[in-house]
Design a protein around this ligand. Structure first.
Ligand code: 9D3
Length: 229
């Protein structure tokens, strides 16, 4: 799977994409990341990508020329057509279902904006899907793009050591929050690991975990149970 990332801050991505699961996935050849600086597609000596909004108001707006030229040039860099994603606060909210859909895609282009937003003609010129990662205000689309990449890459086959959802299924706690986890030592500051986890009785352990997961979900996230009905 190929990711093309269009941004005026490619350096924000290098460390994140090189570490841990995202780095290992690229080393294994499961995915590739291609960073593109939108500033390379400007036409003036100041390499401007933003300008003041027509009609007035605070802040700056991403100019259509550099963004649209960047998208077109990058699209043509590989024969596989890409699913173009425009990161904006007005987009459809990203969730695990969208991550699973995107994980089936061969090529994804993530277009990151800064400032107050994109000139409306960028939306009209591109056939991009608009995606937000939630209802809070960030400074640009770069962190949202990294969130999406992380959620999608870990769903690729051969990236995680184990198939995560299959593991969950076997505990019968799909659609629930995680059960409480413990590791060594068996006692920490007077707090003991529950006896059942030390018992070696796998049937009892599975039952305890399923019960804990359901109790947690009811008390903290009852909306998740409503949604799955
Ligand atoms: C909604 C706030 N806008 C009106 C005052 C101004 C504005 C603030 C910050 C417009 C864009 C941005 C930059 N944010 C993103 O580019 C962004 C984002 C986000 O802020 N929250 C969640 N998901 C996303 S995806 C892209």
């Amino acid at each position: 799977m190929r990711f093309d990332i269009l941004t005026i801050f490619p350096e924000m991505f290098r460390e994140v994409l090189g570490c841990s699961i995202l780095g290992i996935a690229q080393e294994k050849g499961a995915v590739s990341y291609h960073l593109h600086d939108i500033r390379e597609y400007t036409g003036d000596k100041h390499r401007r990508v933003d300008d003041r909004p027509y009609g007035g108001g605070p802040g700056m707006v991403m100019m259509p020329g550099p963004v649209v030229r960047a998208v077109e040039a990058v699209e043509a860099a590989d024969e596989t057509p890409s699913l173009q994603v425009l990161l904006t606060p007005q987009g459809r909210t990203f969730d695990q279902e969208m991550a699973a859909e995107l994980a089936q895609t061969r090529r994804i282009m993530l277009i990151c904006g800064r400032y107050e937003g994109f000139d409306e003609r960028i939306r009209l010129a591109l056939g991009a899907e608009e995606v937000s990662i939630g209802d809070y205000v960030l400074s640009g689309g770069e962190l949202p793009a990294m969130v999406i990449i992380d959620a999608v890459v870990r769903l690729q086959k051969d990236v995680l050591g184990h198939p995560d959802s299959a593991l969950q299924d076997s505990f019968g706690v799909e659609g629930c929050l995680d059960f409480p986890q413990y590791t060594r030592p068996p006692e920490f500051r007077g707090m003991r690991v529950p006896d059942v986890l030390l018992s070696g009785n796998h049937q009892k352990i599975a039952e305890w975990r399923a019960k804990q997961a359901k109790l947690r979900t009811i008390s903290r996230r009852s909306d998740m149970l409503e949604a799955s009905r």
